[in-house]
Write a new protein. Structure first.
Length: 183
């Protein structure tokens, strides 16, 4: 009989940690971007892009209405992406382990840390693993942190990245692994 993990409703103070595998070569790729407008402050190393912003780095694609990209003295890049009012910013990245495996998410605000390779989805956050176009696992909460180096993500019930009693619940669906299907 098939084993099916249907729905995990996580407790108010619980954090979900799940293994995922980001495309390892992305960290060594250049950062490319497109937008309707860009303002650059070379002294402060701040680039502000507005209107249909698309940032790519290897297989990682971030899209938003506005992005503020900064760079530290060591050359690491940090991006804050903001959705248009009533919209959502999006994130998508290929995972190692197969030809068509992806991780994608959406939120009102997305932060990308190029030094740690962590993506934070903030406010109305949702993330899912895809096998081709088919969603395999899904989670949602007010804050999702996806660490591609450590190969895990965590979900919290406040946009501050904490879980607090009474602040709501995080939700998710985990499907059986493909090697367990049909047993």
């Amino acid at each position: 009989m098939k084993r099916l993990f249907l729905l995990f409703l996580f407790g108010l103070n619980m954090v979900c940690t799940v293994a995922v595998h980001a495309e390892k070569g992305d960290s060594e790729k250049p950062t490319n971007f497109e937008a309707d407008k860009m303002d650059v402050d070379d002294v402060k190393q701040i680039r502000t892009l507005t209107g249909n912003v698309i940032l790519t780095r290897g297989t990682m694609i971030l899209k938003a209405d506005k992005m503020v990209l900064t760079e530290d003295p060591a050359g690491y890049q940090f991006a804050k992406l903001f959705a248009a009012p009533g919209g959502l910013a999006t994130f998508r990245q290929k995972r190692d382990g197969g030809a068509d495996l992806w991780m994608e998410g959406q939120a009102e605000r997305i932060e990308y840390d190029g030094k740690t390779e962590v993506v934070r989805l903030i406010s109305k956050a949702k993330m899912r693993r895809l096998e081709g176009k088919k969603s395999s696992d899904e989670v949602e909460g007010q804050f999702i942190s996806y660490d591609s180096r450590a190969e895990f993500f965590s979900v919290n019930n406040t946009a501050a990245g904490e879980s607090k009693s009474g602040a709501g619940r995080v939700r998710g669906v985990f499907q059986p692994h493909s090697d367990q299907k049909g047993k």
